[in-house]
Design a protein around this ligand. Structure first.
Ligand SMILES: Cc1cc2nc3c(=O)[nH]c(=O)nc-3n(C[C@H](O)[C@H](O)[C@H](O)COP(=O)(O)O)c2cc1C
Length: 173
């Protein structure tokens, strides 16, 4: 089975959750302490013949520092019961608090990455950064820059090769 056929079976729940309560981006830096950040933007697909999860992280996030230190991440697809945890992980920074303590979420390290795999998530992607690029604000329509980047804190687009997917694949609807 091709990589894209395999991915398609995880995509519906991943995309539906991302546009509903968000996904939990897991990262870890030099100090080994894991962090979670809620994300609403991301893409799953095949590039360079490889299965890829692309996430967009603003340079102002603590997660940005950790991603730069490790070059790896996890994308955890939360269950509906984790809605409050998603709200917390999307409003406070790992600079100021331990989000695992705040949310009660439990974690373990990935099989292929040190970033956290959140227990109880129906799907978890383990990813290693293959490519990254900063959003060039000069290439975006001016009205979008003013709306999305008033502070000019651009996103870094991280293209992670998916090394492992935890969870049961579902047939596409
Ligand atoms: C539903 C939702 C979606 C979000 N999506 C993103 C995103 O895709 N990229 C991003 O940089 N921040 C996003 N955020 C904001 C971060 O989750 C938030 O700033 C977080 O506190 C950053 O945590 P950190 O400083 O520990 O990295 C989102 C927040 C919410 C609530």
């Amino acid at each position: 089975m091709s990589a894209v056929n395999d991915l398609v079976r995880y995509m519906p729940i991943t995309y539906l959750t991302m546009t509903d309560i968000g996904l939990l981006l897991g990262s870890v830096g030099y100090d080994g302490k894991p962090n979670l950040m809620t994300i609403g933007w991301g893409l799953v697909g095949v590039i360079w013949y490889k299965p890829i999860f692309m996430v967009a992280v603003r340079i102002s996030r603590y997660t940005y520092k950790l991603m730069e230190e490790s070059g790896e991440f996890t994308v955890n697809v939360p269950s509906k019961e984790m809605s409050e945890a998603c709200r917390i992980c999307g409003t406070i920074s790992g600079r100021d608090a331990d989000k695992f303590e705040k949310t009660g979420l439990k974690w373990r390290r990935g099989d292929f990455v040190k970033a956290p795999v959140v227990e109880g998530c129906p799907i978890v992607y383990e990813c290693k950064v293959l490519y990254k690029d900063v959003v060039n604000l000069q290439m975006l329509p001016g009205n979008m820059v003013e709306t999305i980047y008033p502070k000019r804190d651009a996103h870094i687009l991280y293209y992670g090769e998916i090394l492992k997917i935890h969870g049961e694949p579902k047939s596409p609807p």
